[in-house]
Ligand binder design. Structure first.
Ligand SMILES: Nc1ncnc2c1ncn2[C@@H]1O[C@H](COP(=O)(O)OP(=O)(O)OP(=O)(O)O)[C@@H](O)[C@H]1O
Ligand code: SF4
Ligand SMILES: [Mg+2]
Length: 346
């Protein structure tokens, strides 16, 4: 087996607040190898961004409690970005690892040309004049599919459409050839056609640069075409992790089954109401004992001894390369997994 580029081990992130400690990410462990895409899926507030911002070293360390490890296996040797000095992590950011966000406008400066901004990002890590940087910027814009790149490099962010701005952000993230790219909801603000173009671009860029990619999304429907593996998060924890096919065809967690039931299906367009999961996730302050999903789980009553209310399930391997955090057995989960969900989404 190839060594993963990123190895996250037992990562916990919490925020002390006046109301109590917000347990935003708990016991997060996962790996991503070069050339692989891991999707992280879950509802709003499930801890997707918080855990990945910790990997990027982007939390304010004075106001955030972070424990655990996140190893980058660099050519020069492994570095744990959680315990490494902030200056080391700052140097790795933009060079060995990069992140793109949902809203490119917030990451681009309105008063500088796209070429200047890309050129500056390149010159942080490369010897070269400003005009070398602008040349490199134009190459990158061309690579991410922006037509007439040599001219558009002189333009400003407001002169680009939403989809084109997201392409610029991808160019900016990739300009120093990082080994890890974290894309946090990169397509949410875009219309459906542009969304699929950007996902396709991310896939092409991954091949071109042989990167490890983490794609964060709340939409399990968009990951089928791009991801190799999926981590499903709920209330700060990974509740299921498996290869993309196992998740789609043989989910082993009631929450994932609910997410799958709420994906629009081509054969059900036109009048069929989609199932949504009733209820809300629990507050992350003072989480109650037991399974965090239980107030919304249709199957909790099938577990004997009120276990779902009294004991938090562990993330256990239930099938080859397939882990789930649920007290139900594989046989029970297979029985409950609705047949109209299984095998219909890819
Ligand atoms: N600085 C902070 N202080 C206190 N709580 C925070 C802070 N940052 C995030 N949180 C809380 O941590 C939880 C997880 O947030 P996170 O941003 O990771 O969610 P997410 O899964 O990325 O959701 P979304 O899909 O909306 O982006 C949320 O309840 C959020 O309110
Ligand atoms: S542990 Fe219980 S409440 Fe939690 S997902 Fe499984 S059956 Fe549902
Ligand atoms: Mg987020």
């Amino acid at each position: 087996m190839t060594t993963p580029f990123l190895e996250v081990k037992n990562l916990n992130v919490s925020f002390p607040t006046e109301d109590g400690e917000v347990m935003a990410s708990q016991d997060i462990s996962f790996n991503v190898a070069l050339g692989e895409t891991l999707a992280i899926v879950g509802e709003s507030g499930s801890g997707k961004s918080v855990s990945n911002l910790a990997v990027m070293g982007l939390h304010n360390r004075a106001r955030t409690n972070i424990s655990g490890e996140a190893w980058l296996n660099l050519a020069s040797g492994p570095v744990d970005v959680i315990s490494a000095p902030e200056e080391t992590v700052r140097r790795l950011r933009g060079k060995s690892m990069a992140m793109i966000f949902q809203d490119p406008m917030s990451a681009l400066h309105p008063y500088y040309s796209i070429g200047d901004q890309l050129s500056e990002a390149w010159r942080l890590y490369n010897e070269g004049s400003k005009s070398d940087g602008i040349k490199r910027a134009a190459q990158m814009l061309d690579l991410v599919g922006i037509p007439d790149a040599a001219r558009r490099v002189q333009e400003y962010p407001h002169q680009f459409s939403g989809g084109m701005r997201q392409r610029v952000m991808i160019a900016m993230a990739l300009i120093n050839n990082p080994s890890l790219l974290i894309a946090d909801e990169p397509t949410t603000a875009l219309d459906v056609t542009v969304q699929s173009q950007i996902l396709q671009l991310l896939r092409d860029m991954q091949k071109e640069f042989n990167m490890a990619v983490i794609l964060i999304t709340h939409d399990l429907g968009v990951v089928a075409e791009v991801a190799d593996r999926v981590n499903v998060m709920y209330a700060g924890k990974i509740v299921e992790k498996a290869g993309i096919d196992s998740i789609y065809y043989n989910s082993l967690h009631p929450y994932t089954m609910g997410l799958l039931s709420s994906i629009p299906r081509v054969d059900q367009l036109g009048g069929h109401r989609l199932k949504t999961i009733p209820g809300q996730p629990p507050s992350l302050i003072g989480l109650p004992a037991g399974c965090s999903f239980r107030s919304r789980c249709e199957f909790a009553s099938n577990v004997t001894g009120n276990l779902c209310a009294t004991s938090a399930p562990l993330l256990e391997i239930k099938a080859p390369e397939h882990a789930s955090r649920c007290h139900l057995s594989v046989e029970q989960l297979n029985e409950f997994n609705p047949s109209d969900v299984r095998g219909t989404h890819k």
